[in-house]
Design a protein around this ligand. Structure first.
Ligand code: ZN
Length: 474
């Protein structure tokens, strides 16, 4: 019981007065929340192979310590094991069962992060969150340790503003291996399906349109990757003695790669029709400055920028294995391979696309070289209905928190576990909210979080939870 929500005379959580109360609460607690976030950032929580596991475990322990402050009734760490002895990144789950007739919300974030990459490219220590001009720099400040703090603060606010008898079911799930594609997630879901059962799922791991305009992400592209391998001879041969009649494998591979796009940069693989169109205009200057495109570099493909980034397929070559320049000798390179990353727009099927790509390569005239295509990871695209009840509530909460109309956006990236959640819990509405903005640079050096975005993301989540708790008591 408290001033904001005296029992029996509950203040309407849709009212302007309540929005003010939530903003004051966040304002009052904000330095404490940021301090907790800074602490989580100190752990180099990498789930990638080849990195020490101890910091990842320590990070999970730190998340447990944080969530313990919420008084959740069931709080545990869960690690899945594979038959080959491998282990999942440690996940943390905490629950508060719902009262009769009240819905349950699953709050998702992840505590593992991306490697720092080129350390010299960082202006600050990636493992020490540093505040500069309203932004917090460091690995995981945004992706996705800020997501953990949004859920933490929102639950705390809910309990303090509504009283502990609000009745809303809450499940916090903090994953420990999202950045490596959640390899154990389906195993986890098949063993613990009932633990994550919810009416709606809030995934705080996406982006906003800008620091001033909040967004709900309603589509994610799928992902398909694999390797194209070209072999022209059984062994390398002298390029002086035999060069001329024989093209080297690098040249043949390059010709294949060149034919994956039309001359204007449109993807040339047939059968990848766009089925969704973005409603917003993505500014070309913004795109250029965000990507650091060199002066005069022409943008590829057709259609609006937003559609090219969210709704159409996109292929990039992300690595090549062949002779290194430092080891180059005068010989004809006999084999070379390239790894491709193919993003799939909403409605596109990974398996069908893989066959279409293989057929497209086989139809090329590759001088009869042996060309093999090996499929790698595959993840389906994901679409939510922005007009569904909880999505509408979330957009209203975002609008009230930011004081600026929330919009629906797509995300060019893929979040593999989201499609799995949707498949396992088809009845649950999945809300992709975010703590990122276009300057966040997630996964890159100098990742940062805009602190006003963090503040509004918390406010919006408190509003949504309070309204969910209130609506059903009426
Ligand atoms: Zn993330």
């Amino acid at each position: 019981m408290n001033d904001a929500f005296p029992a029996g005379t509950r203040l309407d959580p849709y009212s302007a007065a309540f929005v003010e109360i939530v903003k004051e609460w966040v304002e009052h607690r904000f330095s404490h929340i940021v301090a907790e976030l800074k602490h989580l950032v100190t752990y180099p929580s990498l789930a990638f192979e080849g990195y020490e596991r101890a910091p990842l475990e320590a990070s999970a322990d730190a998340v447990v310590t944080l969530l313990q402050k919420l008084g959740l009734q069931e709080l545990q760490q869960l690690t899945e094991h594979g038959s080959d002895g491998t282990a999942s990144g440690p996940a943390i789950i905490g629950r508060r069962p719902s009262a009769a007739n009240k819905p349950t919300v699953l709050l998702y974030a992840h505590h593992d992060v991306q490697p720092v990459g080129d350390r010299a490219a960082w202006n600050t220590d990636p493992w020490e969150a540093t505040e500069i001009n309203g932004r917090l720099y460091g690995r995981g400040t945004a992706d996705d340790k800020a997501g953990i703090l949004v859920h933490y603060a929102a639950i705390q606010a809910l309990e303090e503003l509504l009283g502990a008898d609000h009745g809303l079911g809450l499940t916090v799930f903090i994953e420990g291996e999202e950045e490596i594609g959640s390899p154990f997630f389906s195993q986890f879901l098949s063993r613990h399906k009932e633990l994550l059962e919810a009416d709606t799922i809030i995934v705080a791991d996406s982006a906003n349109w800008s620091t001033d305009v909040p967004a709900l992400t309603t589509s994610l592209r799928g992902l398909l990757d694999g390797v194209i391998e070209v072999t022209v001879a059984e062994h390398p041969v002298h390029s002086g003695l035999f060069g001329g009649p024989m093209l080297d494998a690098i040249t043949v591979l390059s010709r294949i790669i060149a034919q994956l796009h039309t001359p204007d940069g449109e993807l040339a693989i047939p059968g990848l029709e766009q089925s969704r169109w973005a409603e917003v205009v993505y500014d070309e200057d913004d795109y250029r400055s965000q990507t650091g495109a060199v002066e005069g570099f022409r943008l590829a493909g057709k259609g609006t920028l937003a559609d090219r980034m969210w709704n159409k397929a996109a292929l990039n070559i992300i690595g090549i294995d062949t002779k290194r320049i430092s080891e180059a000798s005068n010989s004809i390179v006999h084999t070379a391979s390239a790894k491709f990353s193919l993003r799939l727009g909403p409605g596109m099927d990974p398996q069908k696309t893989m066959s279409a790509l293989t057929n497209h390569i086989e139809a090329m005239d590759n001088f009869g070289a042996t060309v093999k295509t090996y499929p790698g990871e595959a993840g389906k695209p994901f679409v939510v209905d922005g007009g569904a009840p909880y999505s509408r509530m979330m957009k209203q909460a975002l609008t009230d928190a930011w004081g600026s109309e929330a919009i629906e956006i797509g995300l060019g990236g893929s979040i593999p576990f989201v499609a799995e959640l949707a498949a396992v819990y088809p009845e649950a509405e999945i809300l992709l909210t975010g703590i990122e903005d276009p300057d966040t640079r997630a996964h890159a050096p100098n990742e940062s979080l805009d602190l006003s975005v963090l503040r509004h993301a918390i406010e919006a989540e408190v509003l949504l939870l309070a309204r969910m708790a209130y609506d059903v008591v009426e």
